[in-house]
Design a protein around this ligand. Structure first.
Ligand code: NAD
Ligand code: UD1
Length: 340
């Protein structure tokens, strides 16, 4: 069993990954500046797992804070979630994204090198493929230019990590390219807690269902897809969390830098999501069609064969579980973590 430093561990994907790590017997140290989360998520993780987390409030841009963490704890590996993720915001304030996601990451990698910790799992995104390849997207396809600054920061960090592993064989790095994470822990105790108006589809749907928003706007219905609406590869956050555990086990045994797609390999349209959500949860989600959103593609889904073959990972939860668990979390926590 290992000591894992989880940056951004109080966030949506980080908190679910902490559950899996603790359940697997690892010790977890979370380092998070709480700019988009609260410690409540970690308290709930502790209740769910009946295990303790060491929480350090800190910022990955602060070298000294990171050095102290590595001096005070014997860390075996790092899972790096910390960063900003709002696509629209990244177009308005690019420097904040370069600072948090790029400079913050290099600061973390420097602290790791100094502490002789070379095992890393990095939260990347399908956005690094750019928008020219047809789906299914494969890791053997060259990366492209993401059409927003958020995506660009993910591409830069991926490329830095590849260079780092080329230059120094002690590094062992997993680049996990997430498709569309949704769902929540089946208990409904932890889930996605967006601040303000959600940018992503699933939290928007659940907020319409609970009456917090009037109706869903479906961005475009003239795409060349099954029903004209955009198709994406939704992945249950618990399956995604499990992929981190598999990647960690793989990286603790091997060196180099390698990318894996983490998606189910199935695409669903926005309309299919909305309709299935209504059916299985027996709740109304009024909608209207609106214009296409800038930067959206018609279809994006994964070829996940490499992750299945090499990581021994298998997504276990289908669309119904994703939609049921998203709704269960929203119903139990209508105001997110702020309701407690
Ligand atoms: P999130 O915002 O819920 O979690 C990110 C966490 O990082 C938050 O707890 C935040 O407080 C923390 N953080 C941000 N900047 C920090 C800094 N400078 N120092 C310390 N902590 C900081 O987001 P999430 O959905 O859990 O995403 C986790 C990671 O996965 C991010 O890197 C994100 O870009 C990536 N990712 C997310 C998605 C998605 O759809 N959610 C898709 C692809 C990739
Ligand atoms: C978006 C980002 C991507 C990022 C990912 C995870 C863009 C262009 N892409 O991916 O870079 O990695 O989130 O944070 O922003 N939709 C609606 N109505 C809504 C919201 C979404 O119809 O209110 C549609 C979208 O047009 C899309 C699908 O739902 O077809 C999924 O959208 P979303 O959840 O935002 O994810 P992506 O666009 O795939």
């Amino acid at each position: 069993m290992a000591n894992i430093l989880v940056t951004g561990g109080a966030g949506f994907i980080g908190s679910h990954t902490c559950v899996e790590l603790l359940d697997a017997g690892h010790d977890v140290i979370v380092f998070d500046n709480l700019c988009n989360s609260s410690v409540e998520s970690l308290q709930r993780v502790e209740q769910l797992t009946q295990k303790n987390i060491i929480f350090i409030e800190g910022d990955i841009r602060k070298q000294q804070q990171l050095d102290e963490v590595f001096q005070q704890h014997q860390i075996d590996a790092v899972i790096h979630f910390a960063g900003l993720k709002a696509v629209g915001e990244s177009q308005k304030i690019p420097l904040a994204y370069f600072d948090n996601n790029v400079a913050g990451s290099t600061t973390l990698f420097k602290a790791m090198e100094k502490a002789q910790v070379f095992t890393l799992v990095f939260s990347s995104s399908a956005t690094v493929y750019g928008d020219t390849h047809p789906s299914p997207l494969k890791e053997t396809m060259p990366t492209g230019m993401p059409n927003n600054n958020y995506g660009y920061t993910k591409l830069i960090v991926e490329q830095m990590l590849e260079k780092l592993a080329e230059a120094d064989a002690r590094w062992s790095i997993a680049l996990l390219r997430y498709f569309n994470p949704v769902g929540a822990h089946e208990s409904g105790e932890i889930g996605e807690d967006p601040q303000g108006i959600p940018n992503n589809l699933m939290p928007y749907v659940t907020q319409v269902a609970i009456g917090k928003r009037e109706k869903l706007s479906i961005f475009g219905h003239d795409y060349d897809t099954v029903d004209g609406t955009g198709v994406r590869d939704y992945i249950h956050v618990v399956d995604l969390a499990d992929a981190h555990l598999c990647a960690l086990n793989n990286r603790l045994k091997d060196t180099g830098c390698r990318a894996w797609n983490i998606g189910t390999g199935n695409g669903f349209s926005v309309l299919q999501i909305r309709n299935t959500f209504q059916d299985i949860n027996q709740v109304d989600v009024p909608f209207e069609y609106s214009a296409r959103r800038e930067g959206d593609v018609a279809t994006c889904f994964a070829d996940n064969q490499r992750a299945l073959d090499e990581l021994g990972w298998q997504p276990k939860r289908g669309l119904k579980e994703m939609l049921k668990d998203s709704w269960n979390w929203q119903k139990k926590n209508p105001q997110g973590y702020r309701s407690t």
